[in-house]
Design a protein around this ligand. Structure first.
Ligand code: 8X3
Length: 248
């Protein structure tokens, strides 16, 4: 049987990099796509995949990804995403909101549109979109991000409806608190102290490998089993605002 192929966007770090590794372990040839080529080059070398320089918001860049992948693809993981800022609605910068919508929603559209023919051509494909618990609820200071991630959620649902009858499964993974090296750092403009506060006192936030593990499980179910959505939080986070923190 031919090796299955997968594309992971945002593969340069965090959940994307862990997922690329997990899928390679499951036997996929992984196209590791990200803006930071040096990082995906090193990762691809490590896991026997193919690095692709790709900015999901840029049409020419996504076209290059489509060309690299070719006419057949088994799995697309739309992981590229980000949060910027934590201001109230009254104080938010529209530039930040646009950037979040551009990557989390339009980027997902660009990549999905480009790769859908190859996914359908495989005869048995999966699309996994990385949403968030921020796509399930509102929280103060989160409106730009929650609006974008609600967008990710509803686009995923729409896609599943539109592809009904095609050989493509569509899943949304919605993680809660995941400690990665960059997510909160990017959100707070490089302020490490603020980024660390997000996880302060939480003994065991989720890590990227926990989410990669869930994705590995979803894509290895039999073809007739579509996992619509998975909401995954650490045990210490019962809800967005209900986090168990222990300080000495
Ligand atoms: C990340 C979850 O709590 O930072 O997607 O919004 S949260």
């Amino acid at each position: 049987m031919a090796t299955k192929s997968a594309v992971v966007t945002g593969a340069s770090s965090g959940i994307g990099a862990a997922t690329a590794g997990r899928l390679a372990a499951e036997g996929y040839h992984v196209f590791c796509a990200a803006r930071r080529f040096e990082r995906v080059r090193a990762l691809a070398e490590e896991i026997g995949g193919t690095p692709v320089r790709c900015d999901v918001t840029d049409a020419a860049s996504v076209e290059a990804l489509r060309t690299a992948v070719g006419s057949r693809l088994d799995l697309l993981v739309n992981n590229a995403g980000l949060a910027v800022g934590s201001e109230t609605v009254a104080e938010s910068d529209p530039k930040h909101w646009r950037a979040m919508y551009e990557v989390n929603v339009i980027g997902l559209l660009n990549v999905t549109r480009a790769l859908l023919p190859a996914l359908i051509a495989s005869g048995d494909a999966v699309i996994v979109n990385l949403g968030s618990t921020a796509g399930r609820i509102a929280y103060e200071g989160g409106a730009g991000y929650t609006a974008a991630k609600h967008g990710t959620q509803v686009v995923t649902e729409t896609l599943r409806l539109e592809l009904c009858g095609q050989p493509v499964r569509v899943t949304e993974i919605a993680p809660g608190m995941v400690r990665t090296e960059e997510f909160s750092l990017v959100r707070f403009g490089g302020d490490q102290e603020k980024a660390d506060q997000v996880y302060a006192g939480v003994a065991e936030p989720l890590v990227a490998e926990d989410i990669a593990d869930a994705i590995g499980w979803v894509v290895t179910r039999p073809s007739h089993v579509n996992v619509d959505e998975l909401v995954i939080r650490p045990r210490a986070q019962a809800a967005q605002h209900k986090v168990h923190r222990v300080f000495d």
